[in-house]
Design a protein around this ligand. Structure first.
Ligand code: SF4
Length: 316
């Protein structure tokens, strides 16, 4: 084989590889757009005439959110406006030029709100104590005000599927509540609808998408505060479960939209006090004497033993 022939074989191989990579990238982009569009539709997050304020921190999630909403804005049968908003909290080293440069380059209307919450937090919270709770409270108030000033009736946040799951476990383990982050809610001042269009998107897909898009990511540790340690622990647990048995994580997530109040214990959600036989056949009724069918649990002794062990461990 001549040098020319060898070079052309290598080139063909490379172009085949890049074609395969391109197809994979297209597939990932389509998947994220489809999941976002489905979540928006399922929860009626965006309606005709809405002005959506997209909160942009400079992290992978918010860049992805903005990019996907821009795509959907071009394709959707309804008309809605987008306004990207970043709150510059004056953390030391925050590269203030990065977001304006990026937003100008893609032609998205934006506003940078300059508020030195960093100094307030540092002044009020004693050294060594976690600053996130006051910081988030201040940020929330400022963002609500900005939304009002710019006439935005919706506020879009970049939380994704894994954030929703982690919040569910945090509430379950540390607050004794079956509660998570809803895809849509009314703000605590009663004035805005807060939406989470990435509610169906997995974080692992967002990581790949952000790399693909080459977003100018701003590191999230500029304030020097650590991510909540309990959240880190929960995220590790979820990743471990994902490795061992991905269905376990997926089913927990699906269960958040598949609740049976009559088979839990919340007397506010189900009127146990006045529950009486109604003498009607009910195929969905209780099967107190039969064992429950678990479609995704193969009836193998190993899996059952594993669950029994888990329960025993957590009781120990
Ligand atoms: S990590 Fe820093 S910027 Fe983020 S909420 Fe906590 S204190 Fe605020």
């Amino acid at each position: 084989m001549s040098i020319n022939q060898a070079t052309s074989t290598v080139n063909e191989h490379e172009s085949e590889l890049s074609e395969r990579q391109r197809q994979r990238n297209n597939k990932l982009t389509k998947k994220i757009i489809r999941e976002t569009a489905t979540a928006i539709t399922d929860y009626n997050m965006i309606e005709d005439g809405d002005k959506v304020m997209v909160c942009l921190s400079g992290g992978k999630d918010s860049y992805t959110l903005l990019e996907v909403l821009r795509t959907l804005q071009k394709r959707a049968p309804i008309r809605f406006e987008l306004l990207a908003v970043n709150l510059d909290q004056k953390q030391p080293g925050f590269p203030a030029h990065v977001l304006p440069t990026y937003l100008n380059s893609i032609g998205v209307p934006f506003h940078i709100e300059n508020q030195d919450t960093y100094s307030i937090v540092k002044r009020v919270i004693p050294e060594g104590k976690t600053t996130c709770s006051l910081c988030s409270r201040l940020r929330r108030g400022i963002l609500y005000r900005v939304a009002e000033e710019f006439g935005c009736n919706k506020i879009a946040l970049g939380h994704h599927r894994d954030d929703i799951l982690a919040t569910f476990f945090l509430n379950l383990f540390y607050a004794a509540k079956l509660k998570s982050m809803p895809p849509k809610l009314v703000s605590d001042n009663g004035k805005h609808t807060v939406i989470r269009p990435l509610a169906y998107v997995a974080e692992s897909d967002i990581i790949k998408f952000a790399e693909l898009q080459n977003f100018p990511i701003i590191p999230c540790n500029l304030c020097g505060s650590q991510e909540n340690l309990k959240r880190q622990e929960i995220n590790r647990m979820i990743r471990q479960w994902e490795k061992e048995s991905p269905k376990k994580v997926w089913n927990t997530y699906k269960a958040l939209a598949n609740i049976v109040p009559s088979h839990l214990m919340d007397r506010e959600l189900f009127d146990f006090v006045n529950l009486r036989p109604d003498f009607q056949d009910n195929p969905e009724g209780d099967i107190a004497f039969d064992s429950e069918p678990f479609p995704d649990l193969e009836e193998t002794p190993t899996k059952q033993q594993h669950i029994v062990q888990l329960i025993r461990k957590s009781n120990a």
